[in-house]
Design a protein around this ligand. Structure first.
Ligand code: PLP
Length: 414
């Protein structure tokens, strides 16, 4: 995502130093061109519909961009559903899943005439049917299956094994059929699955395709008119230069082999693949200190701005903007939060840094800002979108005063 002009880092045609000096750090910066490139590459390789998994980055501008390039949206909460609709995604291109949907959530989805609601448990079939009945409607649903596939990814982002909480066990198909028989206000038109994130192994994709094809056939044989088979997200991206992203050509071969002449529409719901490598987090060095022989660069970004390293031990490469000092130093880059786990990267060798210098935390476009918090009552990072030679702020966080004003002191303490 970063290019160099006269040894200075740029995003598209804009200098990172210029962006950083226009607002306060930490700030997420996204490249529109990179997102468009990733979407087009995926769309042009796989003959399938793309529903952007909004959870990866739910900024209104990013969702709007997805709608402009032609993506639909995969949402997992009523909040994400509202975001997708507000950003202009056609409701007919929105799929609503998630394992905990309240009656109000379902009602909101029904009122907005979305493409379908994916059911994640048997009792939800009845719940959705009841709400649809109250609306006097017959609504389309899909079933999210748990295909019992090990995505060969880290445990915390695995979602398709039998023991994971997601989807309905494919061994319970008889129970699904039975519940559907009594549910007259719903119309089963699709099945879906999502086995996890950061999947690279082509054998895993192949297993997903084969199992979903087999399951679709079981539903078709039972007389359900399955129009929609969703194969989930999880397309792996590179977080370190030495790694390659998932090979789309290999996926395409398996996909075409498996689904030739399939009588239903196929789709994917990627999040990370579309945005991870299209975002960076810019942070400033606040303090430099040595504790027990470790050189710490303390930055204004920390686990409150990017929790992935603390939560998943995720790796993000870090680059410096000022490379002028030829002396190299091994640093641990740590945030300002009062938690020992607030470390962004350890033991990295960088040109010697000064307080006030800018660091670039790379590949943070997915599951970055969306997972940020106000822990330690620190502010959220702002977000910037770059398009060619222009950039614009696309998120202004609440001020600390606005945050404080959200709390309510009860009368008896006043
Ligand atoms: C149901 C569902 N679909 C899609 C995704 C997107 O996954 P990824 O960002 O790895 O593509 C997720 C991620 O958790 C998910 O839970």
């Amino acid at each position: 995502m970063i290019n160099y002009q006269n040894n200075k880092p740029f995003v598209e045609g804009v200098s990172i130093e210029d962006i950083a000096s226009s607002h306060t750090t930490p700030m997420y910066v996204y490249s529109q061109k990179k997102i468009e490139e990733k979407y087009n590459k995926l769309k042009n390789t796989l003959n399938a519909e793309i529903f952007y998994a909004v959870k990866a980055n739910s900024n209104q501008a990013i969702i709007k961009l997805m709608s402009t390039v032609g993506a639909g949206a995969d949402v997992v909460s009523v909040g994400e559903l509202e975001r997708a609709i507000t950003a202009g995604i056609n409701p007919n291109k929105i799929i609503f899943e998630g394992i905990g949907k309240s009656k109000d959530d379902i009602s909101f989805a029904i009122s907005n005439n979305i493409r379908l609601i994916n059911v994640e448990s048997i009792d939800e079939i009845q719940r959705i049917n009841n709400v649809a009945q109250e609306h006097n409607k017959c609504i389309d649903i899909g079933i999210r299956l748990n295909p019992n596939i090990d995505g060969q990814t880290i445990d915390k982002i695995s979602t398709g094994k039998k023991t994971d909480k997601f989807g309905i066990d494919t061994e319970k198909l008889q129970d699904i059929f039975q519940s559907l028989e009594n549910a007259k206000n719903i119309n089963l038109i699709g099945i879906s699955c999502h086995v996890g994130s950061q999947i690279f192994d082509i054998k895993v994709f192949s297993e997903i395709f084969m199992k979903m094809k087999k399951n679709a056939q079981l539903f078709l044989d039972k007389g359900y008119s399955i129009k929609h088979v969703d194969l989930g997200g999880g397309l792996g991206v590179t977080y370190q230069d030495k790694d390659n992203e998932v090979d789309l050509e290999l996926i395409k071969n398996e996909f075409n082999k498996c689904f030739e002449n399939a009588p239903y529409q196929l789709s994917f719901e990627p999040g990370r693949y579309l945005v991870a490598n299209a975002g960076i987090l810019i942070t400033s060095v606040m303090t430099i200190k040595n504790n027990g022989g470790i050189n710490f660069l303390i930055t204004d970004a920390g686990m409150h701005s990017l929790i992935r390293p603390a939560l998943y031990q995720a790796h993000h490469d870090i680059e410096v903007v000022d490379k002028s000092n030829s002396e190299l130093v091994t640093y641990s880059v740590a945030g300002p939060i009062c938690e020992s786990s607030d470390i962004l990267n350890k033991n990295i060798t960088l040109p010697k840094q000064k307080v006030g210098n800018l660091l670039i935390i790379k590949d943070t476009g997915a599951y970055g800002k969306v997972m940020a918090s106000n822990y330690n009552s620190r502010g959220l990072p702002i977000e910037i979108l770059v398009n060619n030679n222009v950039f614009q702020k696309i998120h202004q966080p609440l001020t600390s005063r606005e945050f404080i004003n959200q709390d309510i002191i009860p009368k008896w303490l006043d």
